[in-house]
Design a protein. Structure first.
Length: 214
């Protein structure tokens, strides 16, 4: 029996001697996320507009969103806006002046509009908060002009920002890592214990089993 098991092990090992080529795969990259927003300061309050979404989905609607920002008006200390065709406005959400929903497919994109007294804590801290939500590092005051662009020809002061990062806004912080190459496990020659586990047998009376072949 021991000789038969050992012979079978050698035959199987010989058959498995030629291992398949190790194949490498590149894991798919996580999707990028984006915040397209605007800051509109007034004499006594500041309005913040924010649209978070997958980066590629905002590409097609960015012109429409910018056109919406372009039509903002400040009248008697109150910021006013005009809804584009197909947009829906909802009120009553906690800590929001309004929520706008739009887009050509479900789920609709969402624009939050928040009003803060005064400067709302300042443009830079609020934009850094958005950057943090996207997994981006904070910037300093000197970098703010490269981040926020003022719209011309608007009946209000409106600054637009377009941020892209690896983290989904609202998902919380996560570890960031480069995609790694993953390989399927390589084949290996079976051991004698592997082969033994494939068989069952009954030991005749008077026979003894030697667990360690010599």
């Amino acid at each position: 029996m021991r000789f038969a098991l050992l012979s079978l092990a050698l035959l199987v090992a010989a058959g498995c001697g030629r291992q398949e080529e190790v194949r490498r795969y590149r894991a798919p990259k996580d999707p990028l996320w984006r915040i397209l927003g605007a800051v509109a300061p007034g004499p006594n309050a500041t309005w913040f507009f924010k649209v978070p979404a997958p980066a590629d989905r905002l590409d097609s609607v960015k012109p429409e969103v910018l056109a919406f920002f372009q039509k903002l008006k400040l009248e008697d200390g109150q910021l006013r806006w005009t809804l584009p065709q197909g947009w829906v406005e909802e009120k009553g959400a906690p800590q929001r002046e309004a929520t706008l929903r739009f887009g050509d497919r479900e789920p609709k994109l969402e624009m939050s509009i928040v009003r803060f007294q005064g400067d709302g804590g300042g443009m830079l801290p609020n934009l850094n908060r958005w950057r943090d939500q996207l997994g981006l590092e904070k910037i300093g005051e000197s970098e703010l002009p490269t981040l926020a662009k003022k719209l011309d020809g608007v009946a209000a002061e409106v600054w637009v920002v377009d941020l892209v990062g690896p983290q989904r806004p609202g998902a919380g912080p996560r570890a960031m890592a480069k995609p790694q190459e993953v390989s399927p496990p390589a084949n290996r020659a079976p051991t004698l214990d592997d082969i033994r586990s494939m068989f069952t047998y009954e030991r005749p009376p008077g026979w003894k089993e030697n667990p360690q072949p010599s």
